[in-house]
Ligand binder design. Structure first.
Ligand SMILES: Nc1ncnc2c1ncn2[C@@H]1O[C@H](COP(=O)(O)OP(=O)(O)OP(=O)(O)O)[C@@H](O)[C@H]1O
Ligand SMILES: [Mg+2]
Length: 289
């Protein structure tokens, strides 16, 4: 089972669009896929055509009321694609859990008890690095960071990388950044090319070759409660997410090799390189990103 959290505390970077469309592309290729909506905005839930206020149970009940994971699971319109939905009440979960022991691993423990087997799990996170995102990081082994190709895109990335490293060191040694995805890319804009180059310079071969182009169909699909493959299967958006899905699946070989090695080896090499780079840039008084 590949467990992938899609995280960026910057709002509107393409997390939900990626979870829904990369997830459904992989489901269409015949793999069993679960999407977990860990965002109180419930955008993944809405994107898949559900009305959150009509749902009896949600991921909130799993986190707060000890409801079994399998009791909350929903089938979607896409074959092989399942959803653990969210509702707005999830917004108060972080406060309600403040005195709960083990509050950062509730999702992981609940998933362990599930009788369902999935090939892929994608977790859509809220635009913050709070307890909900922490639950995603302790559940997942892989992290995909979508980055919108625009001016403020790189702000806050250092904090995100540090948070992931802390989780790796203290709670879940398996957690690591497996992919960085450029979203809303427009090759005619210099700023897009510049952001893509800087991201590549910092994250190297962890950046997906596929860039998700800016595509109006991707922005329209959620309001119809459809994935891009239902809404506009021949659009650039559908083409890009199919390509990304193949890259994610191919990355599985690399992931298997990685787990056979010491779990945090690659991150260690990376952080040593980072330290060297930091040393160089310290004299300039700023870090790379
Ligand atoms: N490639 C794209 N081209 C055009 N519009 C896009 C593209 N990807 C996403 N969008 C639109 O941009 C907006 C933000 O995308 P999305 O909701 O996926 O980001 P997010 O990171 O999940 O946001 P939040 O942090 O609020 O959860 C949405 O309206 C979405 O439909
Ligand atoms: Mg979202």
């Amino acid at each position: 089972m590949r467990k992938i959290a899609v995280i960026n505390q910057k709002g509107g970077s393409g997390k939900t669009t990626t979870v829904v469309n990369a997830g459904s592309a992989i489901a269409e290729m015949g793999q069993k896929v679960l999407l977990i909506d860990l965002d109180p905005q419930a955008h993944t839930t809405i994107h898949l055509g559900f009305e959150p206020f009509k749902l009896e149970k949600s991921v909130y009940d799993v986190l707060i009321n000890d409801t079994a994971f399998d009791e909350v699971l929903l089938e979607t319109q896409t074959k092989n694609l399942f959803l653990l939905p969210a509702k707005i009440e999830l917004a108060s979960a972080e406060i309600e859990l403040v005195n709960t022991i083990g509050r950062e691993i509730i999702l992981r423990e609940s998933l362990k008890k599930s009788k369902n087997d999935f090939d892929y799990i994608f977790i859509d996170c809220p635009p913050s690095l709070g307890l909900l995102t922490l639950n995603a990081l302790t559940t997942a082994a892989e992290v995909i960071i979508p980055i919108q190709a625009e001016f403020f895109a790189l702000e806050g990335l250092t904090k995100l990388v540090q948070t992931i490293q802390l989780v790796t060191e203290r709670i879940n040694p398996a957690t690591h950044i497996s992919g960085v995805l450029i979203t809303m890319f427009d090759k005619r804009k210099n700023i897009c090319k510049e952001v893509a180059e800087r991201v590549k310079k910092h994250f190297g071969d962890r950046v997906f070759k596929t860039k998700i182009r800016e595509n109006v169909k991707l922005a329209e699909a959620p309001s119809f409660g459809q994935t891009i493959f239902e809404f506009a299967p021949n659009s650039h958006g559908a083409e890009d997410y199919r390509k990304l899905a193949k890259e994610i699946i191919m990355g599985g070989e690399h992931e298997k090799k990685r787990t056979r090695e010491r779990p945090s080896k690659l991150d260690h090499i990376h952080s040593v390189r980072e330290t060297k780079e930091k040393g160089k840039s310290r004299s300039k008084g700023h870090s790379k990103i």
